[in-house]
Design a binder for this molecule. Structure first.
Ligand code: AMP
Length: 284
């Protein structure tokens, strides 16, 4: 079944009004398109937990800190709509830039604390852009539930924080990272890799899995980093923005796995910035 593609807020409101009147819950899956099985796992979860599902597709200029990255970002609306057919979602909301940020738009949502580390420290303004667009998408769709991937774990925590702080009335549901067969986390950015770079990129997850295992057995980050960074360099990663262990809830930097934590990495393969994070077992 082909879902209606809505491009204006007026059309969206018209549709959601009827659903609310009927007492139906609305689940929203915010995306930037170029949909892959990671996104589709969120859609499947949304279908399980909500009466109505809206997928949003908006390549949000405010969350790009690099004009070239924004320009290169894959845009595949036609294929995206086709991939969503089998899920029978209720609407695909595809606003344009003027719809989201009309002339004179002057509001910025900024979540303190959680955003000055990891990607926040390396991508100026990124999480303000995310927080602003997510707040708008939540209010525009009048969602009861919203589905986000652990692939972007820091983003998930930022969105949880803002939904609570601003009483948005949206339950934020985190969903596990979906991976390619070789362990590489699925990402729209993987489309930008050449075949050779794509096959080398799986080293990121390999290295992280080995680190997580050793951390769970009591090793410290300091013990592991020299070998880990050397392996990434050998695989062809040119720059590592970060490779750190942080607590799950507040993203505090830790050296040994003494409490629930994740290992976070961002690194460049052939000019493409890849990120990943995995759970670290707590040392007993
Ligand atoms: P994006 O289109 O990259 O903004 O991602 C839209 C949503 O899909 C975000 O909540 C992401 O965390 C989620 N997502 C992206 N890749 C994956 C993946 N490999 N597994 C699970 N969720 C993902």
């Amino acid at each position: 079944m082909t879902a209606p593609i809505l491009r204006t807020l007026a059309e969206l409101r018209e549709m959601t009004r009827g659903w609310h009147r009927a007492g139906e819950t609305i689940g929203v899956v915010p995306t930037m398109g170029a949909l892959h099985d990671g996104h589709l796992s969120l859609v499947a979860r949304a279908k399980e937990l909500s009466d109505r599902v809206i997928v949003t597709i908006f390549v949000n200029p405010k969350q790009f800190n690099n004009a070239q990255d924004l320009e290169n970002y894959p845009r595949t609306e036609h294929e995206d709509a086709r991939k969503l057919e089998r899920f029978a979602v209720d609407a695909i909301y595809v606003p344009d830039g003027a719809q989201m940020y009309p002339d004179g738009f002057a509001t910025n949502i900024s979540v303190a604390g959680l955003t000055n580390v990891l990607c926040g420290a390396h991508r100026a303004g990124h999480f303000d852009g995310v927080a602003t667009v997510v707040t708008k998408l939540f209010t525009q769709t009048s969602a009861d539930l919203a589905f986000f991937g652990e692939k972007d774990f820091q983003q998930l925590q930022v969105v949880r924080r803002l939904a609570r702080d601003l009483d948005l009335g949206v339950e934020v549901v985190g969903c596990p990272t979906i991976r390619e067969m070789d362990g590489l986390a699925m990402s729209s950015r993987n489309l930008l890799l050449s075949d050779q770079a794509r096959s080398r990129a799986s080293a990121l997850n390999d290295v992280m899995e080995d680190m997580a295992e050793a951390l769970g057995q009591g090793a410290s980050m300091g013990d592991l980093l020299p070998d880990a960074t050397a392996r990434l360099a050998t695989a062809g990663f040119s720059d590592i923005d970060y490779l750190e262990m942080r607590t799950n809830d507040t993203l505090r930097l830790i050296e040994t796995a003494s409490e629930p934590a994740r290992l976070f990495a961002a690194a460049y393969m052939a000019g493409v910035r890849l990120i990943d994070n995995i759970d670290v077992p707590v040392v007993r």
